[in-house]
Design a binder for this molecule. Structure first.
Ligand code: HEM
Length: 102
């Protein structure tokens, strides 16, 4: 369910924020991408299907996935310092969307 995906996102994001190992960093981002995609298919109880808000909710996950991909790409290019900075955008996207939908 949605809560399980959120808890998994939080667990993996903690790894992203603490590891210096690029393989571990990339693997955690990969897991986050899978959870974000799955979560985007589940509407929270506060949203009615087909409402305008659903578009914004789905866009939130698109923004999250874009931030995940940007950080992963830098890490894959061996730019761990830049990747760490890019990963900060993930928390921004999370906070913005939690204000709206949580
Ligand atoms: C890395 C990014 C994110 C993290 C780490 C995260 C983490 C969490 C956590 C820990 C919870 C509380 C779960 C619980 O009750 O145990 C939660 C709830 C929630 N989050 Fe996120 N979140 C993220 C991104 C998002 C995004 C992008 C959206 C929406 C577009 C979103 C929507 C929600 C909603 C609707 C809830 C409450 C619903 C529920 O728990 O059933 N989150 N999130």
């Amino acid at each position: 369910d949605l809560t399980t995906h959120m808890q998994s996102l939080a667990k993996q994001f903690q790894i992203v924020n603490t590891t210096e190992d690029s393989a571990e960093f990339i693997a955690a981002l990969d897991a986050m991408r899978t959870d974000a995609q799955a979560a985007s298919e589940i509407l929270p109880g506060s949203l009615t299907e087909n409402s305008e808000e659903v578009k914004n909710y789905k866009q939130g996950y698109n923004d999250l996935i874009a931030a995940i991909d940007a950080a992963a790409e830098l890490a894959k290019a061996g730019k761990m310092a830049e990747a760490k900075v890019a990963a900060e955008k993930i928390a921004e996207v999370r906070n913005t969307n939690h204000k709206q939908f949580r």
